[in-house]
Ligand binder design. Structure first.
Ligand SMILES: [Zn+2]
Length: 303
């Protein structure tokens, strides 16, 4: 078995990556991501219902791709989808090294399927905003915000790129949930038109993308990112730049949480010790609880 394949729940899954490519002589940038394992890890950690897996998984895929657009290793991008639907909000953070983590305010939302059998993602998300914050190590982070166009996530990111980053883009995202609620496959692509692209290429690509009915169908068939790239841009001399491994990863730890506790200040900590005798902290991103008993708090206070 090739080393980038591994056995997972009885199936052979490709490891998750973002493939970065250009086409049309660098006038088009294309990112293709397979995120099945990453979205499945989110499902396992948060026990998301199918419609939340779809909404969160799409957001995870888009944000993971945006992570690979960052210039420096320490740069971080956070996308927050905040709607008035039952999910409430979703927050996903990714870095340039392929680490992505995310959660939904309400992980278990049950809605009837649409008549066409599809998950009612936009109903679960509702009306609201998509906010993108990029921490690029500068004094002020970059912040872009749009009103959600549909709540289907891909259209919302498309609109975000056009409005906030002035980059005409096509975004396709998909999550296929299995009968046992685990993730059968997930992934997507983002295609961006650079200013130098000529009209002929743009309209040909538009027609090509319009003909792609389902990105999940391609992943379900077992197509690799490179094959999907070829499907989209095969006629425009695509050039693969690299392929970056991605994974669901949270950098929280007992030590980091301790530091956060110490940062609340000695007085506050003594107050918690007196009134509660313990402290419980929770990492929303990976759904991990951190418990600090009396002994722990005394130790943090240096007693
Ligand atoms: Zn965590």
């Amino acid at each position: 078995m090739p080393k980038d394949y591994f056995l997972w729940q009885g199936r052979i899954k490709m490891s998750d990556t973002v493939l970065r490519a250009t086409a049309g002589g660098d006038s088009v940038r294309i990112f293709v991501a397979n995120t099945s394992n990453t979205v499945n890890e989110a499902f396992k950690r948060h026990r998301t219902s199918p419609v939340v897996s779809a909404a969160l998984g799409r957001t995870i895929t888009a944000t993971a791709i945006m992570g690979t657009m960052l210039k420096n290793d320490s740069d971080i991008v956070t996308a927050t989808v905040k709607g008035d639907g039952p999910i409430g909000s979703m927050t996903v953070t990714a870095d340039a090294k392929g680490n992505v983590k995310g959660y939904a305010a309400n992980a278990w939302v049950e809605l009837p399927l649409r008549e066409n059998g599809k998950l009612a993602v936009s109903d679960a998300v509702g009306c609201g905003t998509l906010t993108v914050i990029k921490d690029l190590g500068l004094k002020e982070p970059y912040v872009g915000q749009i009103n959600l166009i549909s709540g289907e996530i891909a259209e919302d990111f498309t609109y975000y790129f056009a409005q906030s980053e002035q980059t005409p883009s096509a975004v396709a995202l998909g999550v296929l949930v299995d009968r046992d609620y685990s993730i059968k496959c997930a992934g997507g692509f983002i295609l961006q038109i650079m200013p130098e692209a000529d009209e002929a290429i743009i309209s040909a690509l538009e027609a090509k993308i319009a003909s792609i009915t389902s990105v999940t169908a391609m992943f379900e068939k077992g197509m690799t990112n490179a094959q999907i790239l070829n499907e989209i841009a095969g006629d425009f001399s695509p050039k693969i730049l690299d392929e970056i491994p991605i994974r669901f990863y949270c950098n929280c730890s007992k030590e980091r949480v301790e530091k956060a506790l110490i940062a609340v200040g000695r007085e506050e900590l003594e107050d918690i010790l007196q009134k509660e005798g313990q402290a419980d902290l929770h990492c929303h991103f990976c759904n991990t609880d951190y418990h600090f008993d009396r002994e722990d708090l005394l130790r943090l206070l240096g007693n």
